[in-house]
Design a protein around this ligand. Structure first.
Ligand SMILES: *[C@@H]1O[C@H](CO)[C@@H](O)[C@H](O)[C@H]1NC(C)=O
Length: 382
């Protein structure tokens, strides 16, 4: 009963978090949002509301009406609309940091422009269409002394940390294999979704696969040395709706990833359920993680030792010294981002090297299957 009450209360509060009052001795970071993306309210606007040192100050969208409607819905002070609106927002001296949830194919151009304008950037994943672009963005951020973060939000939640700690404790011995999945049922993504558009950087591997690859690398604690297999189900010649790939990693680890933007119903009738699981097989047992992507709703970590077949179940909604049970992955991520910008040590981070390696792994799968990397940006930094 109490866990059911906990679930309902956690979900309700995470969707509609309490508004934080500004701190008397700290100027809040003023954020500008590029585009009126559907992901923004959950991934960014709600977390900002409950953060005492952040405010969403401005939004820009090509359509003036869309920008104005978005601003009104979310109580955003300043609106930029029209064909030059993104640049106008970047040029606003009031703004400290940019949230960039634009389609993947526009990540490079608008992150480079935001950094050139002197703004910190919270960038949606995958960071770009190619690892080379990712490297260039981070180099510019370093040169300008600005914070750039690829928004792998799950990495900031205590669940991911607890799983990693169990792996690193040595309790189960060395990692032998990992399997990380992320798939959602048919019907959530429409056929004309930007995720199915090659020139915008679409494909299941880019969108959901970037998580499965990141989680594989994080939990295994290593980067792949080879792609052993790469299979897709395609919706068009270069766009994968589903990808299954296997990798070899140092230490004789074999890892499988599975991502699917649109799982067909079972027996053509029963809708599939979202799958967001990770399994880490070790020498002396395994860790099964249910829902590593949105753990605030519900999750479990089941640790089983092979010798005595004993299992235990763990949960991790907060750190000992940080967070609330209703904090989403995005809220934990924002905490780290603000701390980093303010010169404090964040509780977790995704580094430049991490982001580059992730993009390299994505490209290596597309290279193996012959689908090829998503197109390079035509933007040439001035
Ligand atoms: C992909 O997006 C571009 C840019 O918005 C658009 O011009 C193109 O028609 C789209 N392609 C498909 C297949 O939808």
């Amino acid at each position: 009963m109490s866990s059911m009450f906990g679930l309902i209360s956690r979900v309700r509060t995470s969707l509609n978090p309490p508004e934080a009052k500004p701190l008397p001795d700290s100027k809040p970071l003023k954020f500008g949002v590029l585009g009126a993306a559907a992901i923004a309210p959950m991934a960014f606007i709600a977390p900002v509301k409950s953060h005492p040192e952040a405010v969403v100050y401005a939004v820009a969208a090509r359509s003036k009406e869309r920008a104005a409607a978005f601003a009104k819905t979310h109580g955003i002070e300043k609106v930029f609309g029209g064909s030059n609106s993104y640049q106008e927002l970047l040029d606003d001296p009031e703004i400290d940091a940019i949230y960039n949830p634009l389609p993947n194919g526009l990540h490079f151009e608008w992150t480079m422009k935001a950094l050139a304008a002197g703004k910190h950037v919270l960038l949606e994943k995958p960071s770009a269409n190619t690892a080379e672009e990712t490297r260039k963005m981070f180099e510019l951020a370093e040169n300008k002394g600005l914070v750039l973060l690829e928004a792998f939000h799950y990495r900031f939640h205590p669940l991911a940390h607890r799983v990693k700690a169990i792996v690193e404790s040595g309790e189960l011995g060395a990692v032998k294999s990992t399997s990380t999945s992320l798939s959602i049922p048919r019907g959530i993504m429409k056929a004309d979704d930007i995720r199915f558009n090659y020139s915008l950087g679409g494909g299941a591997l880019m969108d959901m696969g970037c998580y499965t690859i990141n989680a594989m690398r994080y939990f295994a604690g290593a980067d792949p040395t080879a792609v052993l297999s790469a299979e897709h189900e395609l919706v068009s010649p270069q766009i994968d709706r589903k990808t299954v790939a296997t990798f070899s990693l140092p230490g004789s680890i074999t890892s499988t990833i599975l991502c699917d933007l649109s799982v067909p119903p079972m027996l053509k009738l029963i809708p599939a359920l979202p799958i967001m699981n990770a399994v880490i097989q070790c020498e002396k047992g395994e860790i099964k993680v249910m829902n590593y992507i949105a753990p605030t709703l519900y999750h479990s970590i089941t640790v089983t030792t092979t010798a005595n077949k004993k299992s235990r179940v763990e949960k991790a909604y907060t750190f000992p010294d940080l967070g609330e049970p209703w904090w989403t992955t995005y809220r934990y991520q924002l905490e780290a981002f603000v701390n980093k910008v303010k010169g404090r040590t964040p509780h977790a981070w995704v580094t430049k090297e991490d982001s580059i390696k992730n993009m390299e792994a994505i490209e290596s799968v597309y290279a193996k299957s012959g689908l090829g990397s998503r197109p390079k940006s035509e933007y040439v930094p001035s």
